[in-house]
Ligand binder design. Structure first.
Ligand code: UD1
Length: 421
């Protein structure tokens, strides 16, 4: 298992490019199941989760071909016919977003069998909302032997209200509704940019969708979808992680190929903490600051502060003067990084779903363990600011969602290397 070694205290400067959004590329790839024509995707990040989705689609019968052999970000996918209806346990357990094949497989082929994802490090994460929405579209849902088996002899449009805002749930049902007969009205939808990106792609494939990016999405079902070409939006969480790295350890860095409109909640919070940023077209410039101020934070569905940035921002708050309250409202157990940050010298206490961060506390390098994707990013950020050496174990969590983060940070001047084992 690879490790990352960071020697903290180096000031970062220069320009760094953001990759395509992992969380937009996964539904975009799953959408290939909706048609027998070819999807040409660009700006897909070369991260493990994308590779897992490629493998899963391959098992289901997809043919994938890179446009250029040396460029993993651009490829064509087509599923002329489905070879299997099943997303196996081995793949779903490594990537919960495998559940995104449920809606499109069912819509085009009338059947899907997906291993139930079960719990994960950050919480129980059920898929009940996906399933009840599919039932409303006319599917029968059976759960047996750890699999969910959905079948239908033709989906019909329906009125569906999500009790809770769910990102992949909205995406799954949106894909299914495109091929359902008649109109579907989806209420309390996720408004995340990744949902809008998927709707853009589906629109290019011939779907009739209105309202993506708002709480209510209306879909008029069509008989078939065509091929399309699509470039995935930039990864707002990677951009945010780099911006926080700049805030904690930067002289000045420029984060390019990002969409600053997707980063508003983060940039406003940084300004409250005392970090100045400047926004240009597709770029954010950020200066590291001294005299940071404590701030309170609540994770919320978009456009609120993203749960996927909570851990990284908490690291920055350890360097701010005063007490910050960080409330996690999306996932019940997303504070696994707290114990590791405390081992590096932070003073973070937990009170239910709120973390109490007292600062500033100097951070010192330590051996730490990544527990999930975003927790590993927060430990990297902490390592950049810490005195001495930080050794991060279980870096595979980071590789699921970040494309060569250590190389990007090294180019900005960080002393960071991957130890391959
Ligand atoms: C997606 C993102 C993930 C992000 C999360 C919240 C992808 C691939 N992943 O995950 O990075 O952290 O959104 O922004 O896009 N819930 C239910 N029942 C359901 C579905 C969800 O109770 O059927 C609950 C979840 O347990 C959680 C909350 O709803 O508490 C939000 O989860 P959801 O938006 O579905 O997260 P994901 O789509 O899995």
């Amino acid at each position: 298992m690879d490790k990352l070694r960071i020697i903290g205290g180096h000031r970062l400067s220069g320009r760094v490019e953001v990759s395509g959004a992992k969380n937009a590329s996964l539904p975009a790839m799953a959408a290939s199941l909706l048609t027998d024509k070819t999807l040409k995707l660009d700006n897909v990040p070369a991260v493990w989760d994308s590779a897992t989705m490629r493998r899963l689609l391959g098992e289901l019968g997809a043919q994938l071909q890179q446009v250029k052999p040396d460029d993993p970000h651009r490829f064509e996918i087509s599923v002329p016919s489905v070879r299997s209806f099943e997303a196996p346990y081995e793949l779903v357990k490594t990537m919960r977003a495998s559940v995104l094949v449920l809606g499109p497989l069912l819509a085009r082929h009338g059947r899907a069998r997906v291993s139930l994802p079960g719990g994960c490090a950050i919480g129980a994460r059920p898929i009940d909302l996906h399933l009840s929405a599919l039932e409303k579209l006319g599917a029968t849902v059976r759960i047996e032997h750890g699999f969910v088996d959905v079948q239908s002899d033709g989906l019909r449009g329906a009125e569906i209200y999500f009790d809770n805002v769910t990102v992949t749930g909205t995406e799954n049902i949106l894909m299914a509704a495109c091929l359902a007969k008649g109109e579907t009205l989806l209420g309390n939808c996720a408004q995340e940019p990744e949902v809008v990106d998927l709707a853009d792609l589906l629109g290019r494939m011939g779907a009739r969708i209105e309202g993506a990016g708002t709480r209510t999405i209306r879909v008029a079902g069509v008989e078939r979808l065509e091929g399309a070409t699509h470039s995935v939006i930039p990864d707002r969480i990677e951009a945010g992680t780099l911006i926080v790295a700049g805030a904690i350890a930067g002289d000045e860095i420029e984060v390019v190929h990002c969409d600053p409109h997707h980063l508003t909640a983060l940039l406003e919070k940084l300004s409250e903490i005392g970090i100045e940023s400047e926004v240009g077209e597709k770029l954010v410039r950020v200066k590291g600051g001294a005299g940071l101020r404590a701030a309170n934070l609540r994770t919320l569905p978009y456009p609120g502060f993203p749960t996927d940035m909570q851990a990284q921002l908490m690291t920055l708050l350890t360097q701010a003067e005063g007490t910050s309250l960080v409330a996690e409202t999306i996932f019940e157990n997303r504070f696994m990084h707290v114990a590791e940050l405390n081992r590096m010298g932070a003073d973070v206490g937990l009170d239910g779903r709120t973390a109490v961060v007292k600062g500033p506390t100097p951070l010192s390098g330590a051996r730490v363990m990544a527990t999930d994707l975003r927790a590993s990013a927060c430990l990297v950020v902490a390592g950049l600011a810490a005195q001495g050496q930080t050794l991060i174990d279980r870096v595979y969590h980071l590789d699921r969602g970040y494309e060569r983060l250590e190389e990007k940070l090294a180019r900005l001047g960080a002393e960071i290397e991957r130890l391959q084992q």
